[in-house]
Design a protein around this ligand. Sequence first.
Ligand code: BG6
Length: 491
Amino acid sequence: MADREETRCDLMMFGALGDLAQRKLFPALYQLERAGLLHADSRILAIARRTSGTEEVRELLQKKLEEHVKPAEFEAGVAEQFLRRVDYQCLDFTDPAGFSDLKEWRSSDPSNLVVYMATPPAMYGEIARNLHSNDCCDHNTRVVVEKPIGHDLASSKIINDELGEVYNENQLFRIDHYLGKETVQNLIALRFANNLFASQWDQNHISHVEISVAESVGIEGRWGYFDKAGQVRDMVQNHLLQLLCLIAMDPPSDLSADSIRNEKVKVLKALRRVTPDMMETHVVRGQYTAGTSVGKPVPGYLEEEGAARGSKTETFVALKAEIDNWRWSGVPFYIRTGKRLPEKLSQIIIHFKPAPHYIFDPDQKHLANNKLIIRLQPDEGMSLQILTKDQGLEKGMRLRQGPLELTFSETFETDRIPDAYERLLWEIMKGNQYLFVRRDEVEHAWQWVDQIIRNWDDSGQPPKRYAAGTWGPMASIAMITRDGRSWYEDA
Ligand code: BG6
């Protein structure tokens, strides 16, 4: 555990009354309080535009905690202790003069400062400049920003430049909340602590990899934001590519932030560009129409609240990504993600190649490859599908595929898996950047997805339709079937 003094910090939360702060950030901070991880002297300044007093904001936060923390984990005494740390400052983020009040709040305290910008990215630069010109931060200040960092490479560079004018890269913590998920971190342990897998992790032994991040929800009142983004910008540019990097990267020499991030960048640089002639075979984009989700009828994307007619924004994408390096040459990574799919499920499946010479029943040859299924959420765990002999005299040498199963909650008797934001906030307080995204990662990821988006725009093709509650357009099945393979749930 980190030295407590080391984690002592003040936290300024810009956008403190917004959805992210209320739904995720304050509940995560409350959980850190509950776990005894917040330093006794750490303070929080909630900052937003709304005119309000500290007591009023504390009452509001109390209500939001009751709403967003599971009842069994809500302890009134802890909440009270936590809320005593919170002060409120009403501020127009564009008014430099107003920032002098922040300086005053800080002046008496020697702690490190964490600035969390839970605001639209367009405000990052202005907030950074105003903090700087009012002398509110120093070279120890840590600055946390959320995705999306821009909507393409050019706009992400502008945001990164603006932040870079005031802060060094080692002060910037760019969040990709998938990196805070327990099971995503576990990918590092799985790959680099188990020599069993380390020696099998390449094109000699793996035939292909599937990464699926499915959601049953639609766009939940976020049409305004989502329609400008789409599933590629919202999920692939960040979460899916981060998962791909963790699966594909070479072993880092240690666990330091730069060792890990250097290896991830090498993967992003090795991703084969998707040229216009590859779009037909490597990319499928879809948009949901009305259907049934978890047993209930739901509207299509174009009938959602606030929807504009004729939008071509994709709510589903399936991609065949190829990595041009020695380790992965010839191993496709099939990735797909979508809204209004049949269930919420994130999983990675490593398909190993079959044994070089097959001696069993020819009818069973399709069974003959091992699979490692890594369940990121829900039901976190992993399962290694291996082949054994089917039991019984009459079965002869019939094969059967069965799992070597590890369900984290059962095997390790875990009572709760911390939310991603708890871990990320804790790492920020410790000043550890390894779960955060470096500027060059963001930019290489944009470069790859920009090309795909440009190809779509140039083609003028609308997305393919799929009914809500299904696994996306038929073309996604056709994409993988053309290669003689199938998505795991269809196998
Ligand atoms: C966010 C996206 O980054 O991740 C959302 O903006 C998406 O559209 C969400 O729903 C999914 O996160 P999780 O943790 O629920 O898988």
